[in-house]
Design a binder for this molecule. Structure first.
Ligand SMILES: C[S@@+](CC[C@H](N)C(=O)[O-])C[C@H]1O[C@@H](n2cnc3c(N)ncnc32)[C@H](O)[C@@H]1O
Length: 264
């Protein structure tokens, strides 16, 4: 079989499994695979709707290369909007800022921020010990381990009052009933604990926003990722928690993606 015929066969296999970006996925697989047998195996996994990030074992995020396994949410490019929003408001980038990321997963947000803020140090909290093992590996992989600590915990429970300059989170915010309607890559392969935001998707924001207010220093900033239809409700919760200067930032697709504010 010629190269072109083999490629056409692999693309056909992916397309008939319902994968829209078959050619793009195949290009990534070809770059990662050692030989044709390896490509066959990776294409078969992708055709069973395993996420490409799980098959390749990594995912670029911001300027970083992150290890990804089924234990962590695959970082989304939309989440880079949160990183941008925080950096825009960070003021003096060389300051010794204290940052925390709640529900850190792969460590994506915290590590991206530390990579841009050379004197900052950060805490990543997650309830999943297996996610934190990946986050720690990612800190080493990107040379940020000296400034990043990862700790098991329930949101901000173990963090002292008035202790942080920046507090961020991309909490689970998908309505429970919607999860079963999502693409198989997400529904069957990503940790449900990373997705499920309860009956109305707002479960975590209700207690997390007052918690972020509690742990921030005066003038400290918070930023949380939101679902496309949650800007108004999350902004209202941020206002009720005491935050000022509350703003929504849109992602590259034009959808509301981040709510941020500062502690007066
Ligand atoms: C939407 S994922 C975000 C992962 C990562 N920060 C990102 O943006 O790619 C939400 C994360 O919250 C974590 N999580 C869920 N419940 C938690 C809890 N009670 N305390 C701390 N983290 C929790 C999940 O394990 C998951 O890693």
């Amino acid at each position: 079989m010629t190269d072109a015929a083999r490629k056409a066969r692999w693309i056909g296999q992916l397309k008939s499994a319902g994968i829209g970006e078959a050619a793009v996925d195949l290009r990534h697989i070809l770059l990662a695979a050692a030989d044709d047998a390896h490509v066959d195996d990776m294409v078969a996994r992708r055709a069973r709707r395993e996420p490409l990030s799980h098959i390749l074992g990594d995912k670029p995020f911001w300027t970083l290369d992150l290890k990804v396994t089924p234990d962590v949410l695959t970082p989304r490019s939309d989440t880079e909007t949160l990183v941008e929003t925080v950096l825009k408001h960070a003021g003096d980038k060389s300051a010794a800022l204290e940052i925390a990321d709640f529900g850190t997963g792969s460590g994506a947000i915290l590590l991206a921020l530390l990579s841009e803020l050379p004197n900052a140090s950060g805490l990543g909290v997650d309830i999943s010990e297996s996610a934190l093992a990946i986050a720690r590996e990612n800190a080493f992989r990107n040379g940020l381990e000296a400034r990043a600590v990862f700790r098991t915990g329930n949101w901000a429970d173990s963090v002292e009052d008035n202790s942080l300059d920046i507090a961020v989170s991309n909490p689970p915010y998908i309505t429970s009933a919607v999860i079963d309607t999502l693409e198989p890559e997400v529904r069957d392969h990503e940790p449900r604990i990373a997705l499920d935001g309860g009956d109305d998707g707002m479960y975590v924001y209700r207690f997390l926003l007052p918690e972020l207010f509690r742990i921030l220093k005066p003038y400290g900033r918070m930023a949380v990722e939101i679902g496309y239809d949650q800007a108004e409700a999350v902004s209202a919760l941020a206002g009720a928690a005491g935050f000022a200067d509350i703003a929504t930032t849109r992602d590259l697709g034009g959808q509301p993606r981040v709510v941020s504010g500062h502690k007066p």
